[in-house]
Design a protein around this ligand. Structure first.
Ligand SMILES: [Zn+2]
Length: 323
């Protein structure tokens, strides 16, 4: 049944990974702890009590992430995460993401910042710092954990600023494994905050803001497809789910009308990289589509930003010249 793995002749460009490593703890550990206990009832951690601290102590060093990416021939762009107002937990900081991406060019092309939209003026200042001081590519938002709607007008100054700074944004779309199976979603708020149609309005109101609609967008994958088709400034992304479970209409349009509009994301930190890559090889994709999703579309959509952060695109030089 398993297709023989074909030898890949390109480096994968990953636009969404989580540095869930020492120093990069995400602001959703309370619900990650309940998920851990739910999935592995025998886990008790080092203390034998299965505490918050036990789970954090199990985070690997950054070198584990770096080696995994290098061994799988992937260059990634990790994301920071600030959801402090809603979860009460400290962020995976922009400084941390900026630091590891700078220190490990062998694995990283650059990184994505994150600001907590509820921090108002401070969020705006931090967004500007991410661009001008930390040299990050853009900003990533996770509306369910941050508890906000992207088309809520009180957050429009943030999109206005991102548009002015040429900072693309990543918006979470659809189902999230976070809080899954927990009572009331374990504090990870309503899935309706992640509905793609909200993004359509932002894309229309900020036509020069580049938007990456993350994940499979379930239960609204078709909605996400139509928005990416209608708005030139919106693309889709593939992380958050093993390829074997991709919704049919996502793969259908990836092969057809949206073959220039899907970017690869790995979700490193939550999903095993090797398994993701081998399942991509099992997808029934038309010739050339894999290369588009795995690096070409990202380079063409984010070319200007990669240039701004001086990302080293040499791993794709030969592939791009062949076209
Ligand atoms: Zn993610």
């Amino acid at each position: 049944m398993d297709k023989k793995s074909t030898k890949r002749d390109f480096t994968i460009l990953d636009i969404h990974s989580h540095p869930n490593v020492i120093g990069g703890v995400p602001p959703v550990m309370k619900c990650m702890l309940s998920a851990k206990k739910y999935l592995d009832a025998r886990w008790k951690g080092k203390s034998g009590q299965g505490t918050f601290e036990d789970l954090i102590a199990e985070f690997p060093p950054v070198e584990t992430m770096v080696n995994d990416l290098v061994n799988n021939r992937v260059k990634s762009t990790p994301v920071a995460w600030d959801a402090e107002t809603a979860t009460g937990e400290p962020p995976c900081s922009n400084d941390f993401v900026a630091k590891i991406t700078k220190e490990h060019p062998e694995a990283f092309l650059g990184g994505w910042g994150s600001v907590d939209p509820w921090k108002g003026q401070k969020a705006l200042q931090e967004a500007e710092r991410c661009c001008k001081k930390l040299n990050l590519i853009g900003l990533k938002f996770q509306q369910a954990s941050q508890r906000f709607r992207v088309n809520d007008k009180q957050f429009y100054p943030l999109w206005d600023l991102c548009q002015q700074l040429h900072m693309p944004v990543q918006f979470h779309c659809g189902f999230t494994g976070l809080g899954s199976g927990g009572m009331g979603g374990d504090g990870i708020y309503t899935l309706s905050f992640t509905r793609p149609i909200d993004i359509d309005e932002v894309a229309a109101d900020f036509p020069h803001l580049k938007i990456i609609a993350l994940h499979a967008s379930e239960p609204w994958p078709w909605e996400a497809n139509m928005i990416a088709m209608h708005k030139r400034n919106v693309v889709r992304e593939t992380s958050g789910m093993l390829p074997r479970y991709f919704p049919e209409n996502m793969v259908y349009e990836m092969n057809r009308r949206l073959q220039d509009k899907f970017l690869f994301g790995s979700e490193w930190g939550y999903l095993p990289l090797e398994q993701i890559i081998s399942q991509w090889e099992e997808l029934d994709l038309r010739p050339g589509v894999m290369e588009k999703v795995m690096f070409k579309n990202a380079i063409s959509f984010l070319g200007e930003e990669f240039e701004r952060v001086r990302a080293d695109l040499s791993p794709w030089k030969r592939n791009l010249e062949e076209v």
